[in-house]
Write a protein that binds this ligand. Structure first.
Ligand SMILES: Cc1cc2nc3c(=O)[nH]c(=O)nc-3n(C[C@H](O)[C@H](O)[C@H](O)COP(=O)(O)OP(=O)(O)OC[C@H]3O[C@@H](n4cnc5c(N)ncnc54)[C@H](O)[C@@H]3O)c2cc1C
Length: 381
């Protein structure tokens, strides 16, 4: 194991997670983030699961004595997440279609076998796919390599492979995952993203030669699918959900609903109420995740005092109240496009730039609108 993979173990206690915020080194981050051993934060599993928010991370960084230019790149990366979340809010289920233009040059809508089996023949990539299976995390640059090999070299449509990656990621997030795959595949961008062997070697510290990626870029773009990547299959994924009883609730009190995207221990923590981690089989049927991911979610749930885990549908929770009016009054959740069918009140997520909500044609158009607010936060320096 290389040194950096020590970070691929994700503690689940809230104190340990907050401690990790202190390890953020924004200036070093900007210089090294593209290397597999770069100074990245490993916070995405906690941000995606709603344990902490980007806003919380931003506030933490702003409290430290950094110069604005030292933190800008890091904040920009956090803003990518927010941009993708806003894109999802605006598009709804439209996020599952090619967003900007049809992905060019597609030969099938299946999973590439060699990628799923960590046997692409590009050693560094195969090693990182195996790490994904073992640890549930993959470095951002490697995610780009894997998506590029799958969609642009093997010419698979992005949708099925994106579900494969989402299944394994502790930080699996519908917006970041779907938009990023589309971006690499040229469906949410005006061009496709390509990497060659020199690029992979540089950022993964490998020295492999004579592979299907060992070419200049124009040759890569025009290359037929290499034999190693030709085989493809349908994807069958299953979520092993725990079996639970219907939760016991006090109907005179509110019920706070937690889920795979909201595991925030501070949310309404000073209020008396029922707390339910709702794992809807209908959700996981559509968006399957691995046992490793379910175990991670359950472990994060332990930070929430009095949390009852329930594998079942929201409709069963609503029926615990005497009528739909009371259910609508008492059930509270956090807004998320995938849970728009929930009964009850929906509260805003903790946005970094709550004012920037309109659809923007590109990340940089969005970022331009965020800039004045960021200036306010950093004290107009
Ligand atoms: C094909 C592909 C699929 C992806 N799928 C997911 C996913 O399912 N869930 C997910 O959280 N991220 C996804 N990403 C984005 C990114 O790879 C991860 O957020 C990042 O690698 C997480 O590691 P980190 O926390 O150490 O990031 P750091 O580099 O330390 O970044 C700090 C935070 O900024 C945000 N961030 C950084 N880079 C990006 C980015 N490129 N896009 C959006 N937000 C970013 C994340 O919230 C991250 O936690 C995907 C990227 C690609 C290319």
């Amino acid at each position: 194991m290389k040194n950096y993979t020590q970070h691929y173990t994700f503690p689940t206690s809230y104190d340990a997670i907050l401690e990790q915020l202190d390890g953020i080194k924004p200036a070093l981050y900007a210089r090294t983030r593209n290397f597999v051993d770069g100074s990245v934060t490993y916070l995405s599993p906690y941000i995606s699961r709603g344990v902490i928010s980007c806003r919380q991370v931003l506030n933490h960084v702003l409290k430290k004595d950094h110069k604005p230019w030292q933190i800008e790149k890091f904040i920009q990366e956090l803003a990518w997440r927010e941009y993708f979340q806003r894109t999802w809010q605006q598009l709804g289920d439209g996020i599952w279609d090619d967003i900007k233009r049809p992905q060019p040059d597609v030969v099938h809508h299946r999973m590439v076998d060699a990628v799923a089996a960590a046997s692409t023949s590009i050693n560094a990539i195969d090693e990182h796919i195996q790490l994904l299976f073992d640890k549930g995390y993959m470095h951002n640059h490697v995610r780009m390599y894997v998506a590029s090999i799958t969609c642009n070299i093997a010419k698979a449509h992005w949708l099925v492979p994106s579900k494969w990656l989402y299944y394994h990621l502790l930080d699996g997030d519908i917006a970041s995952n779907t938009c990023s795959w589309q971006w690499v595949a040229g469906a949410f961008a005006t061009k496709k993203y390509y990497c060659n062997q020199d690029n992979v070697n540089r950022y993964t510290y490998s020295e492999q030669k004579d592979t299907f990626l060992d070419k200049e870029y124009p040759a890569l773009v025009n290359m037929p699918v290499p034999p190693q990547l030709e085989a493809s299959s349908e994807l069958t994924l299953h979520t092993p959900l725990p079996q639970t009883a219907l939760p016991a609730i006090d109907i005179s009190k509110p019920t706070f609903i937690y889920n795979n995207y909201n595991l925030d221990p501070q949310w309404h923590s000073h209020e008396d109420g029922n707390r339910i981690l709702l794992l809807e089989p209908s959700h996981f049927e559509k968006y399957p995740v691995s046992k490793q991911v379910i175990d991670f979610i359950l472990a994060l749930g332990k930070n929430i005092l009095g949390l009852q885990v329930y594998t079942g549908e929201m409709s069963a929770i609503a029926k615990l109240y005497p009528n739909s009016e009371t259910a609508n009054e008492q059930i509270v959740s956090k807004e998320n496009p995938v849970y728009s069918h929930y009964t009850g009140k929906r509260e805003e997520r903790d946005w970094m730039f709550p004012e920037v909500v309109k659809p923007y044609s590109s990340f940089f158009a969005f970022w331009k609108k965020c800039a004045p607010y960021l200036k306010e936060y950093t004290g107009n320096q």
